[in-house]
Design a protein around this ligand. Structure first.
Ligand code: HEM
Length: 127
């Protein structure tokens, strides 16, 4: 087990491999979305993917207890009007779990992230 992925590290940010680990996870996540038939058309429309990838990285760094700041839109304003279904939501969470696994994040930490993502459902689905 690598140092950064143990459940004994102090914050979720540490457990995800800090900024470098999270940046890699964000890249994998977007790659998975673009290959996922259930959601790819949503993500294919993004104008500046580098900016979105940076925002997603910042969002997870700050949200997992790391340093820095998030300059993107809040979850409600980001997803408002997209009419995202529950099926799409679960599919995006599946993509996230797969990205974490690809990046070598252990199952207990993956499940910790799953809980955090699930808690945001009301700010994403049908808003
Ligand atoms: C807990 C689940 C989710 C989280 C934490 C999340 C997080 C984010 C974040 C941080 C951004 C970047 C915002 C910005 O650049 O200002 C974003 C953008 C986006 N999200 Fe989500 N998202 C989630 C679920 C979903 C789902 C289920 C869909 C659709 C299937 C979706 C579609 C999008 C799209 C299309 C964008 C780009 C918006 C734009 O560039 O205007 N997201 N999301």
């Amino acid at each position: 087990m690598s140092e950064t992925n143990t459940t004994t590290a102090s914050t979720l940010y540490d457990r995800l491999g800090r900024r470098d680990g999270i940046a890699r996870i964000a890249r994998e996540l977007i790659k998975n979305h673009l290959a996922n038939p259930l959601v790819k058309t949503r993500f294919a429309q993004i104008q500046d993917m580098d900016q979105t990838e940076r925002n997603v990285t910042d969002f997870f760094c700050v949200g997992s207890g790391g340093p820095g700041s998030y300059a993107g839109k809040d979850m409600l304003n980001t997803h408002r009007g997209m009419n995202i279904s529950e099926q799409e939501f679960v599919s995006v969470l599946d993509d996230a779990m797969a990205a974490l696994e690809t990046c070598g994040v252990e199952a207990p930490v993956r499940h910790e992230v799953l809980g955090v993502l699930w808690s945001m459902k009301a700010e994403v689905v049908r808003v």
